[in-house]
Design a protein around this ligand. Structure first.
Ligand code: FPP
Ligand code: MG
Length: 333
């Protein structure tokens, strides 16, 4: 049994409440909406955000109540909504090895279903009378998700991304929802301010490392991952492995930002596709040559270490240990 399944077994009861609430809250009068929802349930991911909400609540206060379940469910709803929007933004064909709603149905359906999931999340928090602090936290996260994506678009245009820009983007587009999921669960479960702060810091580092890890894996050959390689480069995203390689390359080395600028995002003809392939390979080879993957993995290790260190104020328990194990499961050899 893997780490995540074993931890889920220890929160089996709230987990089944989460699953029931997720499905009942999304019932709709639209036949198409129900059909797409069924597809999304069949192709769902690991549901790491609700898992973190429950484990954090247990580690922080030993309590899971109706509001905790609402926060866990809202987090998963918002996450899926953001991916439905993201697949339109990125014009993605596949997610988790399955066709995206964007391609299988339409970009419009993907946006509208995302809106539905998003608004159900907010209604749920209101229906279960979550405190204003929680509503404010989720509202701030939604703002950050959209802002992070727009900052990423700015960067893809200008190609001037620095490490500071990169961290600003990933904190918003990924870190912010990890923070809301953990922080809000801790608040409604009655954890003390000191524990809420510790868990918030843990979630911040964990969220960032989650994105750094995803960005490293994008440089792995597809034979190793079963996913396309180099998607971020094609979207002109300057991520951790490339930033690390640029930092270690000698100054006379080829101008990699110039190469990136010649990539045509969303190519529509065979010639652009052929050119892109050559340019993507040049960027990948640059990253491999200047140790970008190893250096990025080292950064990932440091951020995960900071995540675990943030948990120092928490009492020892199975659930604190589980938070450590979740962090360790993100390490890359
Ligand atoms: C995946 O990143 C996408 C995100 C982490 C966030 C996407 C957010 C939006 C599109 C804004 C949505 C706004 C609201 C208010 C819901 P990625 O593209 O780097 O990774 P991928 O390979 O999983 O696509
Ligand atoms: Mg994407």
């Amino acid at each position: 049994m893997d780490n995540i399944s074993e931890i889920k077994k220890n929160i089996a009861e709230p987990w089944s409440h989460f699953e029931q609430l997720l499905s009942s809250t999304l019932e709709s009068r639209s036949v198409l909406l129900n059909r797409i929802n069924a597809y999304l349930f069949d192709t769902s991911g690991k549901q790491i955000r609700p898992l973190l909400a429950f484990v954090s609540a247990m580690a922080g206060s030993g309590v899971i109540n109706e509001k905790t379940v609402a926060c866990a469910t809202a987090s998963e709803l918002i996450h899926t909504a953001s991916l439905l929007h993201d697949d339109v933004v990125d014009n993605s064909e596949q997610r988790r090895g399955n066709k995206t709603v964007c391609k299988l149905f339409s970009p419009g359906a993907s946006i509208l279903i995302g809106d539905f999931w998003l608004t159900r999340a907010l209604s749920l928090l209101l229906e279960r009378q979550c405190p204003n602090e929680v509503l404010r936290c989720y509202a701030g996260t939604l703002e950050e998700l959209a802002e992070g994506e727009m900052m990423q678009m700015d960067s893809a245009d200008s190609l001037t991304t620095t490490e500071e820009d990169y961290f600003n983007i990933i904190q918003r587009k990924t870190g912010s929802l990890f923070v809301a999921s953990v922080r809000c669960a801790a608040i409604v479960s009655g954890a003390s301010p000191q524990i809420i702060q510790a868990l918030t810091e843990y979630a911040h580092h964990l969220g960032i490392s989650f994105q750094v890890r995803d960005d490293i894996i994008d440089y792995y050959p597809s034979s190793q991952t079963g996913k396309d390689s180099g998607c971020d480069i094609e979207e002109r995203k300057i991520t951790m492995p490339l930033l690390c390689a640029m930092g270690s390359a000698p100054s006379q080395e080829e101008d990699i930002r110039n190469i990136m600028s010649r990539i045509v995002p969303f190519p529509t003809n065979a010639e652009d596709e052929r050119q892109n392939k050559i340019l993507i390979e040049r960027v990948q080879n640059f990253v491999y040559k200047y140790n970008g993957l190893e250096l990025a993995k080292e950064r990932l290790r440091e951020i995960l270490y900071a995540a675990k260190a943030a948990l120092a104020p928490l009492c020892d328990s199975y659930y604190k240990e589980a938070l450590f194990r979740i962090a360790d499961s993100l390490l890359l050899a």
